[in-house]
Design a protein around this ligand. Sequence first.
Ligand SMILES: [Zn+2]
Length: 292
Amino acid sequence: MPEMPEVQGLVDFLRERVTGLEITRVSVANIAALKTYDPPVQALQTAEITGADRHGKFIDLTTRTTDAAPGPHLVFHLAKAGWLRWYDQLPTTIIRPGKTPIALRVALSDGSGFDLTEAGTKKSLAVYVVREAADVPGVERLGPDPLDEGFTRDTFAALLAGRRTQIKGVLRDQMIIAGVGNAYSDEILHAAKMSPYALASSLTDDDVDRLYSAMTETLREAIAEASGKPPAELKDAKRRGMQVHGRRGEPCPVCGDVVRSVFFADNSLEYCPTCQTGGKILADRRLSRLLK
Ligand SMILES: [Zn+2]
């Protein structure tokens, strides 16, 4: 799943490539991906793209109409298995709904364009055509962006204070902090040498300092890595940058201990026992759930 750094990479790429181009056609191949009906998707046709922004893990293409009025926004969230496929020259093949991973195709005035695709059966790619980005419920509810200038160590401390929930869950909660998901929360906690199960409310000042630095540094480094890469290279760049996430059974690059996983119903987390839990092996949650 793309998280803030990869989404920022896509936004930077799109801003560079599509700003100033007109949308000539939008084809919806998977109607389930389109979450809005007003304005209609056709309202994007003939609109000129004026820029690309990121809100958490949402991508927002802004437009203006032919009479220079603000046009609709095309907002999308790639979720677990969604991706953006870019074409310098968009294929002219006809997309057959139901027989393709393509959910939406956008054609642009210079012959280029992109597909929003979704692999697998879990359909969670979400596309919105809205007047304002904040009309998208998931955007409206977003917490602050941890790389915003105003997001200080004290902002972070205030968000954690009094939350008797595990820090892993707090970092992933888009309504508390925007943009961090399962992969980067693993990386941030590893860099901070902190257990994913530590309670947010019980962190010391020193813990908060360490976690804040780990979060901002991990995300900045990943964005620097993603920036300037074409969409097709972003997933590999993400995988390469991971120290523990997705590396179960491999040696921790910091201490050499074996990276461990905890499995949940539909995902897993990775951590290094020596770096993060004082050597303690965390229980497998699939079993705990069954035993409840
Ligand atoms: Zn380690």
